[in-house]
Design a protein around this ligand. Structure first.
Ligand SMILES: NC(=O)c1ccc[n+]([C@@H]2O[C@H](COP(=O)([O-])OP(=O)(O)OC[C@H]3O[C@@H](n4cnc5c(N)ncnc54)[C@H](O)[C@@H]3O)[C@@H](O)[C@H]2O)c1
Length: 320
């Protein structure tokens, strides 16, 4: 019988699958402190992993761990070099984790472009009639606006269809995706993203965090952008430099931002973005829909079962 650690709770739908399979027993671990993970993880043959940092110190104590099944597609919370050395396999929920994030990007763009929060509080606060005198230079149509989709993987490919549905012009920066593929989706491949930033209205990030992408969008990049441009980050905190973003918004170098992910989560109270009125925030919640969380939980568990039963689809295993 395989002993599986569920590191951080997941939707019950996945756990029900485990309960019906006699080859597996599982334990849900909710204390994600390093001390507890150091104690618990070496007990398991495999783990599912939502939040929680799996570093080399923890991994070096694991003598039987064969597989980590991520509840998600990013894996910046795992020491990749170490698991590669120890031949521990990494699985991701690539089928279920892109629709809701792509919709979340659209939600942020639309909320910002249409002044959603602002209008809502106007009505509630009895300022209905004042709307007519508003400076409408911050509300826009999506029609004919240029979006730069930065990273054209699963989320980027879902996003482009929604943008084209709104008659937007879609530029794509992803050096690892062929121009023909981007064209077949209706986008234009960009070779020099800094050049493209100059006439971008909306920059949306859908790429992984790694050494090369950390602080990729900093003040220098923001300074290239138009004054009324916006940045949406639903990928990973750290890709956009948070202090620079706060500065650029305060100095009106760019206009607005939608931020779902933070360099430190939860963000410190002192994080300036928390009090910056020109940022729409969400708590790393782009996957927080009924459908997405149920499907991710099911896929996370099926991946680990299929791994041990040797029926895993190779595409679920991240090539490291
Ligand atoms: N906020 C959330 O809840 C949430 C949910 C899902 C995914 N994510 C994050 O979004 C990221 C993207 O998800 P996905 O499913 O589309 O991943 P994916 O692996 O399918 O696609 C990522 C794309 O980024 C491209 N890329 C890598 N480095 C790049 C670079 N330096 N410049 C431009 N492009 C680059 C890759 O070629 C790839 O096409 C994930 O890495 C994950 O961290 C966040």
């Amino acid at each position: 019988m395989y002993n599986i650690g569920i590191i951080d709770k997941i939707n019950l739908k996945g756990l029900e699958i485990f309960k019906k399979n006699n080859n597996f027993k599982f334990e849900v671990v909710t204390d994600l402190s390093k001390e507890n993970l150091l104690k618990k993880i070496p007990e398991f043959d495999g783990i599912t992993l939502r939040r929680g940092k799996i570093n080399s110190e923890i991994l070096s104590k694991c003598k039987k761990l064969k597989v980590i099944s991520r509840h998600g597609v990013g894996y910046d919370n795992v020491d990749i070099d170490f698991i590669k050395k120890k031949n521990i396999k990494l699985l991701v929920t690539d089928s279920s984790t892109s629709t809701s994030p792509a919709e979340h990007i659209m939600y942020m763009i639309l909320s910002i472009y249409k002044g959603v929060n602002f209008f809502d509080s106007m009505v509630r606060e009895g300022n209905f009639s004042k709307a007519i005198n508003l400076d409408i230079n911050q509300n826009f149509e999506l029609f004919n606006k240029k979006i730069l989709v930065f990273g054209f993987g699963r989320i980027g490919k879902k996003l482009i269809k929604k943008c084209l549905g709104f008659d937007m012009i879609v530029n794509v920066f992803d050096p690892f995706v062929d121009e023909k593929i981007i064209k077949s989706f209706g986008g234009e491949k960009v070779l020099d993203f800094k050049e493209s930033l100059k006439d971008t209205d909306i920059l949306s990030l859908s790429l992984p965090l790694n050494d090369k992408t950390y602080n990729l969008i900093s003040l220098n990049e923001m300074k290239l952008m138009k004054k009324n441009s916006i940045i949406i980050n639903v990928s990973r905190g750290g890709i956009v430099n948070e202090k620079d973003l706060d500065f650029a918004l305060k100095k009106k170098i760019i206009s607005y931002a939608g931020i779902d992910v933070f360099e430190k989560e939860p963000p410190d109270e002192s994080n300036p973005l928390l009090v910056n009125k020109r940022v729409l925030l969400s708590p790393h919640a782009a996957t927080f829909t009924k459908e997405c969380l149920e499907n991710m939980s099911i896929e996370t568990v099926k991946n680990i079962i299929n791994f041990f039963e040797n029926t895993i689809d190779k595409s679920k295993i991240v090539s490291l």
